[in-house]
Ligand binder design. Structure first.
Ligand SMILES: Nc1ncnc2c1ncn2[C@@H]1O[C@H](COP(=O)(O)OP(=O)(O)OP(=O)(O)O)[C@@H](O)[C@H]1O
Ligand SMILES: [Mg+2]
Length: 370
């Protein structure tokens, strides 16, 4: 088991900066997830950790060892890719044995570790098949088993489930998380699926344009996003962003949003950064139909229904409020239709406050107690 440190790591490809001043500690035994939109630098970071790319500046440590310039073979890190890269002409057993044979490991030890790993990932009965005779999920398990046979210090997984159908993905993500727990090995898992990130990671690093915006537990990211991009990226349906203005009167901060004005305790905010214009973030779950809302939802806005989406347990209703589309939660099959005027209510305590220019959170505290 091993911890990982990225210290002031940059990666440039020609004039393009793929990673900009990355600083991150991954703890021993931790399941760390990298999440972010396409092209934000997740794979590049993983490849630098594996030794397949060299940082332009900065250092990478495994435990206390500086491995920045260490060759991939000497890092003892294994990487599972989206394409499983199995040898098609070899059986599952031969695929698993290939690495250890190249390293001239003892034959009976190879057979024993194949049996052990195959059992762990549920491949015992499939060892004599060829990859073409396996389902996508089974192939994925062979790829996992092959990387586990190396008994790596760290497991790297780059979108390993993206070729699978939805139900198999859900199943495999539980399996991988459980496997990591059993092995206790440090793992870094890359995905652009925020649900995968939220369900699998001990902590999540949210990447955007080559930078890490926030590293936190799933609960912290959801409840206290450090900025608007993280707030919008984590959580489904997406957080609404509403324009608002503020003015400060003594220890009260008066907030005006659409037709409604309310005041909040000044201590809630980082006061020096409170400019006149802010943006409010509110998740669709937290802005509800007046007829179904808890009594703490005291603030009211009105608008016209533009569309409805029923999930079965809930209905998400898009409401046009003074030209801004607000997604809100209604009970399932609520008796509203497109074109209806509706009242939405929310509790100011549920709001996220962002600087309208920088997008940074203006909340003074982000301490979360799980
Ligand atoms: N070998 C390379 N040469 C030049 N540019 C590269 C190279 N590898 C990556 N890049 C660029 O660096 C940026 C980050 O790429 P990276 O593959 O790390 O993104 P990603 O977050 O893994 O995206 P995705 O979710 O699409 O896999 C992209 O703009 C990409 O085009
Ligand atoms: Mg990638």
């Amino acid at each position: 088991m091993t911890s990982v440190t990225f210290a002031n790591v940059w990666k440039q490809f020609g004039t393009h900066t793929a990673i900009e001043d990355l600083n991150l500690e991954i703890r021993d035994g931790e399941f760390m997830v990298f999440v972010g939109p396409s092209g934000c630098g997740k794979t590049t970071t993983l490849r630098m950790l594996a030794g397949l790319e060299t940082p332009t500046y900065g250092k990478i440590l495994l435990g206390r060892d500086d491995v920045t310039l260490t060759s991939p073979g000497r890092r003892n890190i294994s990487m599972v890719f989206q394409s499983y890269a199995l040898y098609p002409h070899m059986t599952v057993r031969q695929n698993l044995a290939f690495g250890p044979q190249i390293r001239h490991e003892n034959k009976s030890e190879i057979a024993a570790s194949i049996d052990k790993v195959a059992k762990l990932v549920g491949l015992e009965t499939l060892l004599n098949r060829h990859p073409s005779e396996l389902s996508g999920g089974q192939r994925q398990r062979v790829a996992l088993a092959r990387s586990m046979i190396r008994r790596p210090r760290i497991f790297l997984l780059d979108e390993p489930l993206s070729n699978l159908d939805a139900s198999l993905r859900t199943h495999m993500r539980t399996e991988i998380a459980e496997l990591q727990r059993q092995l206790g090995v440090t793992a870094v898992y890359v995905t652009h699926d925020q649900v995968e990130a939220m369900t699998m990671g001990h902590r999540i690093a949210v990447f955007d344009h080559g930078r890490i915006l926030q590293v936190a537990t799933p609960a912290e990211l959801y409840r206290a996003p450090a900025n608007k991009v993280v707030g919008r990226f984590i959580g489904s349906p997406r957080m609404n962003i509403l324009p608002a203005t503020v003015n400060v009167e003594g220890d009260r901060v008066n907030v005006r949003c659409f037709g409604t004005t309310f005041s909040m305790q000044g201590r809630t905010f980082t006061r020096d950064r409170l400019s006149d214009k802010i943006e409010l973030g509110i998740r669709p779950d937290e802005i509800q139909w007046v007829k179904d809302a808890p009594s703490r939802c005291t603030e009211k806005i009105t608008g016209v229904v533009t569309s409805l989406e029923t999930t079965g347990s809930d209905t998400f209703v898009l409401v046009n409020v003074e030209g801004t589309e607000v997604n809100s939660k209604f009970p399932s099959f609520a008796p509203v239709r497109r074109g209806d005027a509706v009242e939405l209510v929310f509790d100011p305590a549920d709001l996220h406050f962002f600087d309208a220019e920088t997008g940074e959170s203006l909340k003074a505290t982000s301490a979360i107690h799980n």
